[in-house]
Design a protein around this ligand. Structure first.
Ligand code: LP5
Ligand code: MN
Length: 239
């Protein structure tokens, strides 16, 4: 009997929040009998390139290597914070990078997996920014800077994003209903799983069911898929 499949996103791991990395390590230890783990973006608070030599990058690699060695497959999707995470780091973990969107066929279901940022189509400023930073030209330019310069750029972009977020209306930072319906229809999926918005929930909509993962802060969140049944589960993170 195959083990369960787990979905997580938006852990935003960083040196500033060691308790989240600890909670992640405990989560992995508890689920070593899993069939697979899908990380749907923003595992890291930011990613400046696979050559980053900071401790958090090594610590998380070690946690995921150990987990992979216990058996479960690891799939990684990019988020808007760690879109630069590359094949080199994925190979180090024994993980497979998944495109956004991806369709997972499992137990007779077709699940549409996304980070979720591309669904926020009313956030025009963000979508412009996304197009820019996802272009190979921009990425090549960014990666040509020293680690120190890239760290500084990431910090500036994070500060800019927080500032921008504080003056945006709440609803434009959520997914657009029409875009959700369009993506589900195009992928021929009745179930969508995504993160990014930090609004964990199960929504019944005309096109099926939309599951939203939560970000790991005071609580950790995951979706468990077992025997065709999906549940959204949260747990406390010791601060
Ligand atoms: O991430 P979150 O949840 O706070 O907000 C997102 C959108 N913001 C982002 C930006 C990221 O947070 C920045 C971190 C990127 C780290 C990667 C570093 C790689 C580069 C290092 C070099 C190799 O994704 C936010 C959305 C929100 O989700 C909800 O969907 O609203 O969108 C924005 O904030 C974008 C702004 O609206 C527009 C940003 C303009 C930036 C202008 C550049 C300023 C440059 C200063 C430095 C030179
Ligand atoms: Mn995100």
């Amino acid at each position: 009997m195959p083990g369960a499949t787990y979905f997580i996103s938006d852990l935003h791991l960083s040196a500033e929040r060691p308790e989240i990395t600890t909670a992640f390590g405990q989560f992995l230890d508890r689920h070593r009998d899993a069939e697979a783990l899908y990380i749907l973006g923003d595992l890291f608070e930011f990613w400046i390139g696979d050559d980053d030599d900071s401790a958090i990058v090594h610590d998380v690699a070690r946690l995921l290597q150990q987990f992979r060695q216990a058996g479960p497959h690891i799939y990684l999707m990019h988020g808007n914070r760690d879109f630069l995470l590359g094949e080199r780091y994925a190979a180090r973990l024994g993980a497979t990078i998944l495109p956004d969107p991806s369709v997972l066929e499992i137990d007779g279901h077709r699940l549409l997996l996304m980070h979720g940022d591309s669904l926020c189509t009313r956030d025009l400023e963000y979508q412009q920014f996304r197009t820019m930073v996802r272009s190979p030209e921009w990425q090549q330019g960014a990666l040509s800077h020293s680690l120190e310069e890239r760290r500084a750029l990431a910090a500036k972009l994070r500060a800019e994003s927080k500032h921008a977020g504080s003056r945006k209306a709440e609803d434009i930072m959520d997914v657009t209903g029409n875009e959700v319906a369009r993506a589900m229809t195009e992928a021929q999926c009745r179930t969508l799983i995504h993160g990014h918005t930090h609004r964990p929930a199960r929504h019944e909509i005309a096109s099926g069911v939309r599951w939203v993962l939560g970000d790991w802060e005071q609580k950790g969140w995951y979706l468990k898929l077992e025997k065709g049944e999906i549940n959204l589960i949260d747990f406390d993170i010791i601060q």
